[in-house]
Design a protein. Structure first.
Length: 132
């Protein structure tokens, strides 16, 4: 997920608005892991995917957006980032501060998923802290 916004951190909870292209889709697309993609498209078996190898499945715009180092290939790292972005959901989320590791089940207090702009950051009214 591309973070274009600034999280609101003033005690507890923390508020974050995250937005990604197609993050409002009701159904998430399942993107295969890189070894499966290589098995299908890597015709020259060099361990990365060229624009020509991917032409049959994706547009030139898709390739340019995902070739992050602009070397003309999609590698394992770029594929992993694409998979993560594709799995993301647009939401404003309240997260309890603290914890270690994956705290999704224990620290996410609520999510709001409707009518979110892609570049807004939450605001804290002066003199008020909604977490206290």
């Amino acid at each position: 997920m591309q973070q274009k916004t600034v999280p609101l951190i003033d005690g507890d909870p923390i508020f974050v608005n995250g937005w990604e292209t197609d993050g409002d889709r009701p159904q998430r697309r399942e993107i295969p892991e890189f070894p499966q993609i290589l098995a299908r498209y890597d015709r020259n078996h060099d361990g990365k995917l060229s624009r020509d190898e991917m032409r049959q499945s994706n547009s030139a715009e898709w390739f340019a957006d995902n070739d992050l180092n602009h070397d003309g290939y999609i590698d394992a790292g770029e594929c992993q980032l694409y998979r993560a972005r594709t799995a993301s959901e647009n939401c404003l989320v309240a997260i309890r501060a603290g914890g270690r590791g994956d705290v999704t089940g224990s620290h996410v207090l609520w999510r709001y998923r409707k009518a979110l702009p892609n570049t807004s950051s939450p605001l804290l009214p002066c003199g008020r802290n909604p977490g206290r």
